[in-house]
Design a protein around this ligand. Sequence first.
Ligand code: ZN
Length: 390
Amino acid sequence: MRQLEGYLLTPAGFVMGQVAFTDTIQAIEGQTIEGQIVEGQTVKGDPAVPTLPAQATRLILPGFIDTHVHGGGGGDTMDGAAGVRTLAKFHAQHGTTTLYPTTITNPWEKILAALTGVKQVQRETGLPDIPGVHLEGPFINPAKLGAQPPFTLTPTQGMLEQLLSFNIIRLVTLAPEIAGAHLAAEVLARANIRISFGHTLGSFQDAQMLASIIKNAGGTLGYTHLYNAMTPLTSREPGMVGAALTDRDAFAELIFDTHHVHPASMLAAFYAKPDKLALITDSIRASGHPDGESELGGQRVFVKDSAARLADGTLAGSVLTLDVALRNAVAAGLTLAQTSRALSSVPAAYMGLTDRGEITTGKRADVVVLAADLQVQETIVAGQSIYRAT
Ligand SMILES: [Zn+2]
């Protein structure tokens, strides 16, 4: 049994005390903090600015869950097993305890090979947990590629069955307006795979129509990197963004590296769906490397000032990590508790991971230990320390 002492974020609020765990959380003891925190003393509760009281040397939050991550630390999901291992180790250093390696639109055989690579790593220890894959493309709108390479496909029954046979895909980005989208939505929803609308030029009505098909099939709907690569919200055309913000059941992922989404737009999304907005990285292999040239899906990518772009200037994923997303969101005005939920309990609920996402007795001991300045000190997965800052 291991114990950690610090400033714990539980579903009931912050507790100054101890958490005891084996592979699951056994006990939480301490005093619930009411009110907020000001420098040096306990005064207020859910601190927007996490200046800790003197006795709180560390913060203990639920581990971060990333539902959209292509790469990091030099590795990419499309590289196969070695790439997945590399990216998983890299994101562990930034507090991620669960991740979904994410494929990119590529020739069909390359996508299938990537699925095999993830399966090879899935049961390895010492890494964040990998419940499955996020398939981003090829079932997207060829006119809204963003930084996806031009290998889009129209889904067919045969293709969908081939994908399902790998039994590793848990989330699929789909443009609801493309041919075959209805078929894909029904087949995937029935297989308990989350469907996320993205890389789409679809209208509000396109989203509504397919959303009802997904709900009737018992499925769960999300929106891929909200605001980016989708039709915007305007006064008379609510678009895909309007569909995302007004569907109370739908989840949405958002890249908060401050390049993809303005802080005010992030806050608007959060206020519209405080229990459904999940922060993601959409990180690429260049994440963790200095500025320079990199690669995404066979394309050249240029990283400068923490933004990754194709030669034509299109944003090409990010170099974000979830600890940076946490610091960015707190700086933008979310409280620490709100941000933590967007990084842990919300993505857990989205993906149906009922065993994690909160620091509660009986949940997996997936936690991230942070210093008062929100830098990661340690990452713990199912009770095992997988990263410790030196
Ligand atoms: Zn992506």
